[in-house]
Design a protein around this ligand. Structure first.
Ligand SMILES: [Zn+2]
Length: 149
């Protein structure tokens, strides 16, 4: 989202509010720190296609919650979590699609968490990748350790 003052693209969402016909966001520019408001129409809302084929509107709050859960009790700042949500949100909306498979978001999130905090990554992976047993978890841990070397 481009800053109307300095034109830079990096901004942070400081507040999100549903209005009658859309969503209003208060953003803060990462460069000049000025704040501005953007609004999105409901008609532009992105539908997420779940694994079982059900569709539901993209929910920023839900994404934030799942990251917070994975990051619980880890030394991770709320600002870092919000930055990840911002990045994922910007990315999926920039694709310009009406529908998106939930895996696209899941994969993005896995990548971001892997870079942020290995334990948060594993917590999310256990649920998301449906690691069914200790053996599957061990393989994922092996892969993670190899990647970090
Ligand atoms: Zn700016």
């Amino acid at each position: 989202m481009q800053c109307p003052y300095c034109g830079r693209a990096e901004s942070r969402v400081v507040d999100t509010r549903a209005t009658g016909d859309g969503i209003r966001r208060r953003r803060e520019c990462q460069t000049c720190r000025k704040r501005f408001t953007t609004s999105e129409q409901i008609s532009e809302a992105l539908l997420i296609v779940k694994r079982d084929g059900r569709r539901e509107p993209f929910d920023r709050h839900k994404l934030l919650q799942s990251i917070r859960l994975a990051c619980a009790k880890r030394p991770i700042a709320m600002a870092d979590i919000e930055r990840i949500v911002d990045q994922i949100e910007e990315h999926i909306f920039s694709l310009g699609k009406a529908e998106l498979r939930s895996e696209v978001i899941g994969q993005q999130l896995l990548e971001k968490l892997k870079a942020l905090d290995p334990l948060a990554y594993i917590r999310f992976a256990i649920v998301y990748l449906e690691l069914e047993d200790v053996e599957a978890l061990r393989r994922e841990l092996d892969r993670l350790m190899t990647d970090r070397r």
